[in-house]
Write a protein of this length. Structure first.
Length: 441
């Protein structure tokens, strides 16, 4: 042991430590330090991740000495020692910071001890502010639209992949927003597409505004960038999804966000913008379309031609309303169709077929093999009917959701690794079906 320091001399522990949180200590003597022992408690079952930094209080400003994934210790008052080895040694007095990389309720920290004994860590995350260096190439075909067709390199076709769960801190799915998961989807699922579903606002039905973009912008944007960068590096397409049900109430925020994303990624043919996930039962022409046009104009300031996907009324089912009054201010616009095989049957396929016949292109950015509430067993016959429909009409799709929540729509069983490498036993019934579908699309 070199030195033991109390996290906060004025209280038992430092808590409420989530993604984006940072704790810093000035003038810490780092001479000879090879690892740090943390006395932590964690009651949350979902994994968290934090980084040890010196010289800065964020991944983009500090030197990352190593990261650690935290798992439950059995309770918020049940403390255990977790050792984290340093990837490199530093010397002298340093500003030492602990930065929350991902997850909600990463730990309660009682104290930490600097040690001269080597240890292990869980790697070092790439800084998501460092963009990939292969814009517009890497074997990715440019996406365009022509009438009701979505074209890849000028040819009709379709792609298949997975949607991540809501990005919100503390909801459980955010642990899968990492480069290892994207690489797993590419290498072992043959996925051509991944969707980053960034939770937006206070009216999202999964639990208020907890951990959302509106509450914690930095954390959610960082997760999206991490997935986008990994997709580009793996020559995949990636959907940046404004995952909201009342996006028109956050129009200014959406404009700001997509202006930022298009400025960063406008030169990458991999990137697709989904500007409204699932509108509720509101008017297409007077509510959704004006919102969409405002956001599209902001994107087109930086990115003149990447695909933009627009949600449609009634949880992205009323595609006929968009077909009757399509967006004309820009090219390369597609329209969202969502279905869940246990709930949505031939009547919705008929509606989709009519929209295609009217001349608008469709993109299934979210679908499930179960019921619309995410529960229930896989509906094999209706799932197959939908697969046939999408295949016959060259409709691209992303399955909901790559997550381990205890519901039928999840692709992973509870407790599945946050970094990929899943065996078939770690996949749900839906997960096994969808993996096979994607591999053979």
């Amino acid at each position: 042991m070199i030195e033991s320091l109390t996290a906060d001399p004025n209280q038992k522990a430092v808590g409420y430590y989530d993604a984006g949180s940072v704790i810093c200590y000035d003038n810490v003597n780092m001479n000879g330090v090879r690892s740090i022992d943390f006395l932590i408690a964690k009651g949350a079952s979902d994994a968290g991740r934090f980084a040890i930094l010196v010289g800065g209080n964020s991944l983009s400003t500090g030197t990352n000495l190593g990261e650690k994934i935290t798992n439950t210790t059995g309770g918020w008052e049940t403390y255990q020692v977790v050792n984290v080895g340093l990837s490199q040694q530093v010397s002298g007095n340093q500003t030492l910071c602990f930065y929350g990389v991902s997850g909600g309720g990463i730990f309660n920290l009682d104290k930490f001890t600097l040690s001269d004994v080597a240890g292990q860590n869980d790697g070092v995350s790439k800084d998501p502010d460092e963009l990939p260096n292969n814009p517009g190439n890497g074997g990715i075909a440019k996406i365009t639209t022509q009438g009701s067709k979505v074209l890849f390199g000028g040819q009709p076709g379709s792609i298949a992949g997975m949607s991540l769960f809501w990005s919100n801190d503390g909801w459980g799915g955010e642990k899968y927003y990492n480069a290892d998961v994207v690489k797993e989807l590419k290498n072992n699922w043959n996925a051509k597409l991944v969707r980053a579903a960034m939770g937006i606002n206070k009216n999202d039905p999964e639990g208020g505004d907890m951990g959302s973009y509106i509450q914690n912008r930095e954390s959610n944007v960082r997760k999206v960038k991490t997935v986008v960068n990994a997709a580009i590096e793996n020559n995949m397409y990636v959907i940046i999804d404004w995952h909201a049900h009342e996006a028109q109430d956050f129009r200014n925020e959406a404009i700001e966000f997509f202006r930022e994303m298009s400025a960063l990624y406008g030169n990458y043919d991999n990137v697709i913008y989904e500007i409204y996930n699932e509108p509720l039962q509101v008017s297409w022409s007077s509510v959704i379309k004006p919102y969409a046009e405002a956001v599209i104009r902001a994107i087109r300031e930086n990115d003149p031609d990447n695909l933009i996907i627009v949600g449609t009324p009634s949880w992205s089912q009323e595609v006929d309303q968009a077909a009757a009054d399509p967006i004309t201010i820009s090219s390369n616009i597609a329209y969202t169709l969502h279905f869940y095989a246990g709930t949505h049957h031939q009547w919705l396929r008929d509606k989709a077929a009519a929209a295609l016949a009217s001349g608008i292109p469709l993109f299934v950015t979210e679908w499930g093999a179960v019921d619309a509430d995410g529960n229930g067993a896989v509906n094999q016959s209706e799932t197959q009917a939908w697969i046939t429909f999408m295949k016959n009409n060259n409709i691209s799709h992303a399955n909901w959701a790559l997550n381990d929540k205890a519901e039928g729509a999840s692709a992973l069983v509870e407790g599945a690794s946050a970094n990929g490498g899943w065996s078939d036993s770690q996949l749900t019934e839906s997960g096994r079906l969808v993996k096979n579908l994607i591999k053979n699309w």
